[in-house]
Design a protein around this ligand. Sequence first.
Ligand SMILES: Cc1cc2nc3c(=O)[nH]c(=O)nc-3n(C[C@H](O)[C@H](O)[C@H](O)COP(=O)(O)OP(=O)(O)OC[C@H]3O[C@@H](n4cnc5c(N)ncnc54)[C@H](O)[C@@H]3O)c2cc1C
Length: 439
Amino acid sequence: MDGCYQASMNGNAQNMEAVANVCPFAGSVNEDVIGEDLFSKQEGVHHDQYLGYWLNAYVGYASADGWRSRGSSGGMVSWLAAKMLEDGLVDAVVHVKDGPDPEHMYTYQVSHSVDELKTGAKSKYYPIEMSEALSYVREHEGRYLFIGIPCFVKAVRLLCREDGILNERIKYCIGLVCGHLKSDFFAKSEAWESGVPLDDIARVDFRHKTPGSPASDYAVEVRRSGGGEPVIKRTAELSTTNWGLGYFKYNVCDYCDDVLAETADVTFGDAWIPKYVNDGEGCNVIVVRNRDVQDLFDRHRDELVLHDSDSAEVYQSQAGGFRHRRQGLAYRLHVHEQRGEWTPTKRVKPSLEGIGERRQQIYAMRTALKNESFVAFRKAVDANDFNEFKKTMKPIERAYTRLSVPLKKRLVIGCKKTMKRVLPSGLTGKLKSMLSYHQ
Ligand SMILES: Cc1cc2nc3c(=O)[nH]c(=O)nc-3n(C[C@H](O)[C@H](O)[C@H](O)COP(=O)(O)OP(=O)(O)OC[C@H]3O[C@@H](n4cnc5c(N)ncnc54)[C@H](O)[C@@H]3O)c2cc1C
């Protein structure tokens, strides 16, 4: 109904406690505890409240074999998965690839070869679930690498604590930095606003690179069921792509405090920081937590361009996400507590401490923006007109901008709008794209 998966229990679970334990949101074992078990005993390991346990941090990209141009940012995730296969660390990789039909655009699948990995690159801002892929792992002996966003990696780690077979077979996890996961309304709205009607959408590539512009200024590529040329549209020209607004966000993402997949052996994100963002080919921010991964990087250093980084730079690359997931989460938990509602137990405690009035209003409005985006999309579908979505969201978005964007910045945006009337759309798109992922 809202284009999101919801957890459910199939069959006869005997041990209800074990079932509760594997939920990444309601379970009582947090990322610090899992991280400590997995990584803390290694020599030279550091701990940080944002990065979790970590050995080394880098910014860089995979320079060999076209991985970077195939990938969302630096192509390092697919490169590393390929090297783990080639070096015999694992036999197969569990990750997200093209699904069977437009209603299941992307699904978790198992790749056994480098060629299969190549077809699975790029970020999918799309609802996915892993039950079938994990059943496959249970039924087929082997050593597996799992790739996922933070809550999926945490769920896999928790499952491994309960399930001996999975624990033996899932040898490594790669984490993707995560701002939040999207309902399938996101893919549909991007395609629809780009000019492809809902019943003609075959697949959306969420991260089509646009050479010559900053890495954050990318496009979507929409393939049509009816065939013909795909439609390419800069995300900066679409209404739903400002990540700070949180349109079509899974509700549960507002109750997560793990931005950097702290339970993964290594985490990769977008290095959208001033030093690197202008390189349109894309760079990864990288946090290494497992010595085996570091050894692999060292063995194949000639296939990589890596700049040493540190926790401050990694934090900076995700500062907006951390504000929303730490201070914002404390606010949201406090609000629920005041209303007498159930809240999950998080590392962040319910509190208003240090959160000014304006900031509280910003967090409250983000919840409204998220909720209303679902209502507005359904209204647009009923009216068979995407403008209905824009009409519903614009007043709320304007009120949010007045609240969250300082006057000086609003003036710049005003100038941008004026420029839009006189300049080609690509140039103004670049300015808007700089606001993406910023929360
Ligand atoms: C939902 C989501 C939100 C994100 N939010 C942020 C953010 O706020 N900040 C930030 O810096 N980076 C974010 N990222 C990560 C970023 O988009 C890139 O995935 C990352 O930089 C790796 O790029 P790459 O070029 O190295 O990966 P590639 O070489 O392109 O490989 C990507 C790999 O990830 C797998 N994959 C793609 N989508 C999913 C998915 N939904 N679930 C599990 N596996 C998947 C693919 O199968 C592939 O193996 C997000 C990613 C996702 C999926």
